[in-house]
Design a protein around this ligand. Structure first.
Ligand code: DHB
Ligand code: FE
Length: 279
């Protein structure tokens, strides 16, 4: 059977992708951010999964007001980088895992979570920046990836509770897939940031530190935090953090923290990153 071996969180910011693509990671502004991923890139090579189940949000790239799925699972063969205004990122084609994705889709829908099934889409910085942070700049991505898009752009996003319970359903789906596969789940986006309005630039490190700790030790309680608290405390785009609860729901009740990194700011965002193992 397939095994869920680790849960990873990381923020995304388009400028991080640009810093990597333009060779700026060692510049003084960027170095402290990227230094925190050096451990992670090495850890990934030593704990390479066959498949990453990558929970992320699209930013009106593949989905816009013409089509807003709350949850969309990528069941396609491959995915290319979206053009977000500066051309598609110069990264390898992402290879999907259609057989496992279709299995998870069937299992999770039968568990009463409505998923949109997507065979063809492009992927934006929400998806590609986490891959670049954890894998660097390989000629080919070292594993298969299942994209799982969550609407956090158009109100209302799914509740933290729904995300947490969905994670449990995804775990059961992965572990009922009859193949010897090592699968990781990544929850991306966050941490505190606000890109719009009078509070643009808001960052709340106290909130972010507590979020790290509650995610690890108190996830069931954290799952009940209402949207308005994310909005007030973590800024309008801080709501991306609900996606971390999908990852957390898929992990054991008790997890071990393998690595933590926090860096403020990267562009307008508080960047947070965790590697968790079960047990
Ligand atoms: C930034 C952060 C985001 O989450 C995003 O989607 C776009 C931009 C930023 O900090 O610049
Ligand atoms: Fe974002």
């Amino acid at each position: 059977m397939a095994r869920l071996t680790a849960g990873i969180t990381t923020s995304h910011v388009p400028a991080i992708g640009a810093a990597i693509d333009l060779g700026k990671t060692q510049e003084p502004y960027w170095k402290p951010l990227f230094d925190g991923y050096e451990f992670s890139k090495k850890w990934m090579t030593e704990n390479m999964p066959d498949v990453v189940f990558l929970v992320y949000n699209d930013h009106a790239s593949a989905f816009d007001l013409s089509n807003i799925p709350t949850f969309a699972i990528g069941c396609g063969e491959s995915y290319e980088s979206t053009d977000e205004g500066w051309g598609p990122r110069p990264i390898p084609t992402v290879k999907g895992a259609p057989e496992l994705a279709w299995h998870i889709r069937q299992s999770v829908i039968q568990d009463d979570f409505d998923l949109t099934t997507v065979s063809e889409m492009t992927v934006d910085h929400g998806f590609t920046v986490p891959l670049s942070l954890l894998f660097g700049q390989p000629a080919e991505w070292p594993c298969l990836v299942i994209p799982f898009a969550v609407n956090v752009i158009v109100y209302p996003p799914p509740s933290g509770r729904r995300c947490y319970e969905l994670g449990k359903s995804i775990r059961a789906a992965i572990e009922s897939f009859d193949a010897d596969l090592n699968v990781q789940i990544w929850g991306t986006g966050g941490m505190s940031h606000q890109l719009q309005g009078p509070r643009a630039g808001l960052i709340n490190t106290d909130f972010d530190m507590k979020y790290f700790d509650d995610l690890i030790n108190n996830p069931d309680k954290l799952a009940d935090m209402p949207h308005i608290d994310y909005q007030r405390e973590a800024g309008s785009e801080g709501i991306e953090l609900v996606m971390w609860l999908i990852m957390r729901g898929a992990m054991d009740e008790k997890v071990r923290e393998i690595h933590r990194h926090y860096h403020v700011p990267a562009s307008s965002t508080a960047v947070g990153h965790l590697i968790l193992e079960n047990g």
